[in-house]
Design a protein around this ligand. Structure first.
Ligand code: AMP
Length: 217
């Protein structure tokens, strides 16, 4: 069963790999970052609360994030697998997820941890552009769209995320180091962790992910 968690610091290439995984395996993509951005665009109360944290690069409080994932993961389309992207990001979130996956009998089968060094992450994030409509990721140097400022997939307009500025990024990397890195041990202790070097190229990373999936499917 492909009940997968995709982890890694901002800029490690999670979004790009998530796109490739869902295209190849057809499992639902549960990205808490995307869910928050949708809530912000729709101006819901959760969206307004989340924006006050996200725009500063801070993590949204655990109880808000956990509630969102609980609702999503319990839906029927997750019965045949799912890809969690950007969740969990703290130990309380991981503990809540462990409890929930037991309750709904959808245990996590693997945690993919994409790693990369800090200076590389800064370069990747500050040059990142995303499609306003479909969220597809691009980069001003390494993953240029065919037409500047236009999404290759849906023709939408490309933009820089508010939290991809240097200032917010420093806060996000700090949050990653202090709040998210402890999860590496949490999942290693449960024999679920697969570390992949995010600097070996996106096709190579994807190939390793596919090999892992073939083993656990
Ligand atoms: P992402 O697109 O995954 O980089 O998420 C963008 C932002 O949304 C993060 O910097 C956080 O502010 C917020 N966010 C996403 N997922 C979580 C989470 N699991 N816990 C807390 N905040 C989150």
């Amino acid at each position: 069963m492909l009940n997968i968690i995709l982890m890694g610091p901002p800029g490690a290439g999670k979004g790009t790999q998530a796109k490739k995984i869902i295209a190849a395996y057809g499992i639902p993509h549960i990205s808490t970052g995307d869910m928050f951005r949708e809530a912000i665009a729709a101006k819901t109360p959760t969206g307004e609360l989340a924006a006050s944290y996200i725009n500063k690069g801070m993590l949204v409080p655990d109880e808000v994030t956990i509630a969102l994932v609980k609702e999503r993961l319990s839906k029927d389309d997750c019965a045949k697998g799912f890809l969690l992207d950007g969740f969990p990001r703290t130990i309380p979130q991981a503990e809540a997820l462990e409890k929930l996956t037991k309750e709904i009998n959808r245990p996590i089968s693997a945690v993919i941890n994409i790693t990369a060094e800090k200076d590389v992450l800064v370069k990747r994030i500050t040059g990142r552009r995303v499609c306003k409509s479909c969220g597809a990721p691009f980069h001003i140097e390494t993953l240029k769209p065919k037409v500047e400022g236009v999404c290759d997939y849906c023709g939408g307009e490309l933009m820089q995320r508010k939290d991809d500025t240097l200032e917010s990024l420093a806060v996000r990397l700090d949050a990653y180091e202090h709040q998210t890195l402890p999860l590496v041990k949490f999942y290693a202790d449960r024999n679920l962790l697969h570390d992949i070097d995010g600097l070996i190229g996106l096709e190579n990373v994807f190939k390793i992910i596919c090999d892992i999936f073939e083993r656990i499917k």
